[in-house]
Design a protein around this ligand. Structure first.
Ligand code: HEC
Length: 132
């Protein structure tokens, strides 16, 4: 009987491991702390996903591309929340970003923190060329 119980123990462990890795996949990149996930939650409640996706450009640039572009830009945490609130074009092309006057500066900053956390670790980045 001992072998049988061992088998069940191993099976239970395997299931537990599978379950935890599945949860891992759903919650996304490991770099995101709880503060960054707050920004994601705020974005999911807003209209961001209508124009932005994580990996690919839709109407607006992919969030991962935004993260790469501003990863080393120290002004990003003040500049980008303002852009989310006021909208405007020129950083990525002629299509303007919609303004979001209803979003507070604090919430917009949380969103930017989340977006910037999406930059791949160790990726080659150059500082943003445009300082508008
Ligand atoms: C109507 C479409 C639209 C919606 C809705 C939208 N965006 Fe954008 N977003 C754009 C476009 C287009 C750009 C590129 C603007 C540019 O070239 O300067 C952009 C650019 C950005 C940038 C980079 C700005 C820069 O200057 O590099 C950030 C950050 C951003 N969006 C975040 C958000 C967030 C957060 C939301 C939700 C609150 C949101 N966007 C909703 C279209 C949109």
């Amino acid at each position: 009987m001992k072998k049988v119980t061992n088998y069940f123990k191993t099976a239970a462990l395997a299931i537990a491991l599978l379950a935890s890795s599945a949860a891992y996949a759903v919650t996304g990149a490991p770099v995101q702390g709880s503060a960054n996930l707050k920004g994601k939650a705020l974005m999911d409640k807003s209209d961001c996903n209508a124009c932005h996706q994580l990996e690919v450009k839709v109407v607006g640039p992919a969030f991962k591309d935004i993260a790469k572009k501003y990863k080393t830009d120290k002004t990003a945490l003040t500049k980008l929340p303002e852009k989310i609130i006021k909208g405007g074009a020129g950083s990525w092309g002629d299509i303007p970003m919609a303004p979001h006057p209803q979003i507070s500066k604090a919430d917009a900053t949380e969103m930017v923190k989340y977006i910037l956390s999406l930059a791949p670790a160790g990726a080659a980045t150059k500082p943003a060329a445009k300082k508008s």
